[in-house]
Unconditional design. Structure first.
Length: 490
């Protein structure tokens, strides 16, 4: 087991909202729990006005789904819950059912690190409806936040170019798991390492760090603090120089560096954490070079994000190492990914798919029915358009509209179907890819799609038509058109 096993010892079934359990109970009570259903997990709008997001969190989600079970402690707790009349909320027979419940369905997912667009499913769950519905809260928890942070990290790493970016966000993260999940997602998004030692242990992410202002303040003189640190860690000296006066701090770092050199070691760098980073870094570079420390690196922290990094690069700041904390781990300015998990089809008693969709007066909240797949068409290996279509429909138009243009596709043309099987009959289909491979894939995806703001992510024309037909049927259910039943045979 990876994250869940090492942090919690198990996949906690009670990581859910109460209404998932009450809906499961109602399905069990009414005999509808085994009806096959399809749910899609997707986001309505890409974060940071980025146009797309980097899918992340799949490995934890797969681990959770394949190992989730209710412990005796879970069952005992649920038995204490009461309804509004003071009686037991759940029938003891239902709790016995939960005791033996395991996920038996299928999950198809976009590989971690893949660029995905709004309304394209990152996950597709096909399972008995009780099981599929019960997963909603946990899957959204495990996919939304990592996808948000991975996308933010990719934007920062893209702005930094060839310079390494380090995740320094643990102290501002939302709890223990928030810090660990963010460190993994940030590494996938492009960070070269993390200050989070637990994440380093769990995932093999390189760990890195300097020292704090508190170290300097523990000594009467700044130079004494630097010398003491150098004596303990002579091969790991990156001095934080802005505790009191940054220019004086640079001078003291040079003095400590000269002592290090006399003992056969070299100062690795200095870190700037406040002030005008562009001007201070230029001044520091001149001072270091003049003192014979041309190879000493200048690192910066202090409320960095992709916009600040890009601006400092434009100003010619000689910073070559970026420590990014709060704005990465908390994904500012977006508080959350607008990810949702929606029912799109349910099997009827006759074996046909009965389509489902959510209507809304709010633009963007309407959902599309069907069993969705995203086909990414390629030309000489390079993507040129996506088409969201319905795998269960009797026919597919293989055409989508973008603005005033209609794109026609040959379904047999070179392509990648983004959703691939990761769980079958409740069991994972293969081993997880190496984290380094996921990170490399994310870097390639972000670099490619970041340069293509007009990339067409289209909806198949027949899927649009079935959406319109079902919407019309739902709006006129008292007198539905005979040709618009909302049901499609597989």
């Amino acid at each position: 087991m990876s994250l869940l096993g090492q942090l919690y010892g198990r996949a906690p079934a009670l990581l859910t909202d109460l209404y998932q359990l009450t809906m499961a109970y109602a399905h069990w009570h009414n005999g509808s729990s085994e009806r096959e259903a399809v749910f899609h997990l997707f986001f309505r709008e890409a974060p940071f006005d980025n146009g797309f997001a980097i899918a992340c969190g799949l490995e934890t989600a797969v681990e959770y789904v394949t190992q989730m079970s209710f412990s005796e402690a879970d069952i005992a707790y649920l038995a204490t819950l009461e309804d509004n009349a003071g009686g037991a909320l759940f029938d003891p027979a239902f709790l016995d059912y939960l005791r033996n419940l395991r996920f038996t369905g299928d999950i198809d997912a976009v590989p971690e690190g893949t660029a995905v667009f709004a309304h394209q499913p990152m996950l597709r769950v096909r399972a008995p409806i009780l099981q599929a519905q019960l997963l909603e809260s946990a899957l959204l928890n495990m996919m939304n936040f990592p996808t948000l942070v991975a996308t933010k990290a990719a934007r920062i790493a893209h702005a930094a170019g060839d310079d390494p970016v380090l995740d320094f966000g643990l102290r501002k993260a939302q709890g223990i798991d928030g810090g660990v999940s963010a460190a993994r997602a940030a590494y996938i998004g492009g960070c070269a390492g993390t200050s989070n030692v637990l994440a380093g242990q769990l995932f093999g992410i390189p760990v890195s760090g300097t020292h704090a202002h508190g170290w300097v303040m523990a000594f009467d003189d700044e130079i004494d603090a630097f010398d003491a640190y150098a004596a303990a860690l002579p091969e790991n000296c990156v001095f934080l120089v802005d505790t009191y006066n940054t220019i004086d701090g640079i001078k003291n770092a040079i003095r400590a560096g000269l002592k290090l050199r006399e003992s056969g070691h070299e100062m690795a760098g200095i870190r700037l954490d406040s002030g005008d980073l562009a001007e201070l870094s230029k001044t520091a570079r001149r001072m270091l070079d003049a003192a014979g420390f041309e190879n000493v690196r200048i690192a910066a922290s202090s409320s960095l994000d992709e916009n600040v990094v890009a601006e400092l690069k434009r100003e010619g700041a000689p910073i070559v190492l970026w420590g990014v904390g709060t704005r990465l781990t908390t994904a500012q300015p977006d508080a959350a990914l607008d990810g949702v998990y929606k029912l799109a089809a349910i099997r009827s008693d006759r074996g046909t798919w009965s389509y489902r969709m959510k209507l809304s007066d709010t633009p963007g909240k309407l959902t599309r029915p069907g069993v969705h797949q995203v086909r990414r068409f390629t030309d000489e290996g390079a993507p040129f358009a996506d088409l969201l279509f319905d795998e269960a429909a009797p026919k597919t138009a293989w055409a989508g509209t973008s603005g005033e243009s209609c794109h026609q596709f040959d379904p047999q043309a070179p392509h990648i179907d983004l959703l691939t099987g990761v769980v079958r009959n409740g069991q994972r289909t293969g081993s997880a890819p190496a984290l380094a491979d996921v990170r490399a894939h994310a870097a390639e995806q972000f670099a490619y799609f970041a340069e293509r703001s007009d990339y067409p992510a289209l909806i198949d024309r027949y899927l649009e038509e079935s959406t319109d037909a079902l919407r019309d049927w739902l709006a006129h259910r008292d007198n539905p058109p005979a040709s618009r039943s909302g049901k499609i045979a597989e």
